[in-house]
Design a protein around this ligand. Sequence first.
Ligand code: MF3
Ligand code: CO
Ligand code: CO
Length: 421
Amino acid sequence: MSGGSDVADTTSLSCARCGKPARLQCPKCVELKLPREGAAFCTQDCFKASWSSHKAVHLKAKLSSLGTGTPHEQNSDLLNEDWLYCLKKGQARTPKLPHFDWTGELRPYAISRRRAVPAHIELPDWAADGIPKTEPNSDLQHVVEIKTPDQIERMRETCRIGREVLDAAARVIQPGVTTDEIDRVVHDATIAAGACLHFALRLQEAFVLKCGGYPSPLNYHFFPKSCCTSVNEVICHGIPDARKLEDGDIVNVDVTVYYKGVHGDLNETYFVGNVDEESRRLVQCTYESLEKAIAIVKPGVRFREIGEVINRHTTMSGFSVVKSYCGHGIGELFHCAPNIPHYGRNKAVGVMKAGQTFTIEPMINAGVWRDRMWPDGWTAVTADGKRSAQFEHTLLVTQTGVEVLTGRLPSSPNVFPWLNA
Ligand code: MF3
Ligand code: CO
Ligand code: CO
């Protein structure tokens, strides 16, 4: 590149959008002294048409000029680029907290860089570019699939892995641990799943089977992490970040594993140190409401009954049921039919049939049922800032009732006092 910074000098440059000879330059790029290639456009029309994608160049440049000195006590171990607050759909990150009328005390913290997935792991179709391709166009968004015996066997395996991964996360929860560390445990346990077989086959010098799971949330609609961690007033889809768990917090960890072509989805809400009485009641009530809902599952039962059972149990205790987020069908797709509302008087269609697989995942609030969305486009919080709890299982409808594919194991950590009575 030759020296001159003459704004009008676009000779020999071509339009960053259409490739025609360029006649103007983006003034912001000039101000920021960015490379003239990529800043040149043929016409105002091309410049305007490029704006939504082009402006990211400015943000990136500003961020890299910030240096490494941003002060923040909990983030000293994270690189400068990891300071950025994640904005919706992977479009951008900003170094400043956006203006928002936060509903409670919780705030977002730095998000660490994307964790790597080894090359041998089978990926869902959003892993590379953040966009699910099969899922939104599938007939299975309208028709509830009856799984084949082979699909069911794979669901069993995947859901069991999901359970072991969630249990691994539960074991590290204590005050001082960041939700990013929980994400690391989930990520590493997921990609390591099935590795024994991988290893054994290598030792025998047999062909290497694809194994190890993929953490389904990672890059799903651009979600930046491998699991969801939802603290206190967060209802669901909290993004693991550099915030340290504090004594008295409650935290939900939601794990989904993709393995052998199918997903297994489950979550639990954990206590961090000593938790107040009302929060303990909230978490126990949520656990029980899921148990009661599972207990009615069998062929012939209407999907809409699930919400009635959950609503009855939780309103009795003075809590409220979230309406914006529902349970879902699951299998080769992460989210598909049926839709399973958890609230009363819902309009869910259809009756259960043997061979169907779906989740029930009630989110129960201590105060009002209404939710708000943080500006990151993911974090759902209670409108009044009071706490929210959730539990989730992936279920199979059997001839006689239900199989809880993600059920607790004898090895699962003993973290819920009411299970000891
Ligand atoms: N696991 C969540 C569920 O229960 C979905 C998380 S999607 C993510 O349906 F992108 F937020 F991770
Ligand atoms: Co789910
Ligand atoms: Co889930």
